[in-house]
Each structure stands twice: as structure tokens, then as C-alpha cells.
Design a protein around this ligand. Sequence first.
Ligand code: PLP
Length: 283
Amino acid sequence: MGRTVYVDGAYVDEADAKVSIFDRGYLFGDGVYEVTAVLGGKLIDAEPHLERLDRSLGELEIAWPCSREELIEVHRELIRRNDLDQGGVYMQITRGVADREFYYPENTPTVLTAFTQARELLDTTNAKTGVKIVSMPDIRWQRRDIKSIALLAQAMSKQIAKAQGAFEGWMIEDGHVTEGTSSTSYIVKDGKVVTRPLSNAVLPGVTRRMLLRYMDETGVELDERLFSIDEAYGAEEAFLTSASTFVMPIVEIDGRQIGGGQPGPVARRLREIYIEEAWKTGI
Ligand code: PLP
């Protein structure tokens, strides 16, 4: 028996999980997703993930498949059934099953699937040593604010990063860093944390949202503005955030050392603060 996963109303063994070939997620990438971290068997930052999910669904006119409470219960049941201590729950909602036509089908029930992924989040080598990243053009569509399951550009970009021995790719558009292929980008300049403002050009990261709140509460200064990759090369520090990495220090960008090649004090402190606060959000 493998993992127990959730498919459209049922908990089944992963080997028995099936979706229709007519599912619009399969045919068009017509769906949205969320990845929520799990620490100590508890869901982290569940509420802001639900809020972002609601926004993504709204932008695409996809109906909720169930209530928010039921969705949380699916997450918690998967954690229970799989005895998950640390890692994440992936969930996606697609527009559902209909004969292949581009326009949205009417009155088609949406399809919810979800599964757990066990993964060490706290005590990782990457967090201790910091990671290398490389830059590349941002080749994605223009509605990156929607957490769409259509991730081919990100998969291609992550593969380019991997081929160069890098942990992540930072994507560049009009001379500025947009974000990582699956993370939000930051640099530290004159002691202030610099990150790009939210717009259709980037995904509104839940980790970003919570981190900015904690920074505000602890008096870490924020400079919300665009920055170029050249500015990043000369930055005091660089780091990235996501639900699966929390705050991850960056020590090399495109072969250039950042902050002497060691995780910087701001990134290390923010990682500590984020993790300490994250536990408190667990449900
Ligand atoms: N930006 C992109 C493109 C992402 O795919 C992700 C996460 O998958 C993030 C940012 C970080 O978002 P979050 O902090 O909600 O995981």
C-alpha cells in the first residue's frame, strides 16, 4: 500500500487513484492549486492559503468543490491517514470533466484531488549552507498572480537551473527579477529587505505575506520595489521563500558569491522568526 490520496470525494490508495482523460486540468491545465506546509502534523498558514485559493478560483470562474471547512478537513484527514509529521499537502481543483471545447463548460462539477508529500523542512543542509541560483528569462504568461496548475514554463526553467547545478532559477523580465520558478525573491540592500511589489507579474506568496508581517512586527525594514539581477549580484544578502523552503539563504547567483558565500545574518534571523511564528499558525 502506498499513500492514501484524495480523489473527487474518496480516500483511496495512490495506485487506485484515477482521473478522467477529459478532465480540463489534464487537457488544458485548467485548474488551480495550493501547497500547504505541514509541521508536527499540523497545517501551517492554512487561512492565507485558503484566501489565495479563493482568489485564484474567482479569477478563473471555477466553483469551490466543497466548503472551506471541508477542504481543511480533507487536508487534516490526509495528514492523519498518512501519519505525516513534516512536509506538505498538495491540492488542486480543476474545472472538471467535459468534452474538449476551449470555452468553459456550464454546470460541470469541479474536481478536487489532494495528496501528502513527506519532506524534511526544518533541518535541511540547504538551509545551513545556503543555495546557488541562476538567472534566466521569464517565459511565463501574464497572469502569474493566479496559482494555475499550468506550470510548463516553470518546469522548463527549473530544469535549466538543475542542469547548471542550481537549486532555483530567478526569472528576469524587462531587466528586473520577477521571482523564482517556485519561490519569491529577495535581496538585502543597506540593511533593508528588498522584494518586488505584488502585481500580475508574480504569485502572491503566502510565505512572503506572513514574513512581511513578522518583519513589520520585529522592526526589520522593507523596501518593496523592483530590483535587477545586477543589483542582486552586489547585494549584501539574497534569499528566497516558499511553503516548502520557508526562508532559504542564497550564497551564489550566476556563479558570483553573495555575502562572502555564507548565509547572511538577515536571512538566518528571518528563517528563525518565520519558523517560530509558523508553528503558532498550525491547525
Ligand atoms: N512564486 C511562484 C512562481 C511559486 O510557484 C511559489 C510557490 O510555489 C511561490 C512564489 C511561493 O509561494 P508560497 O510562499 O505561497 O509557497
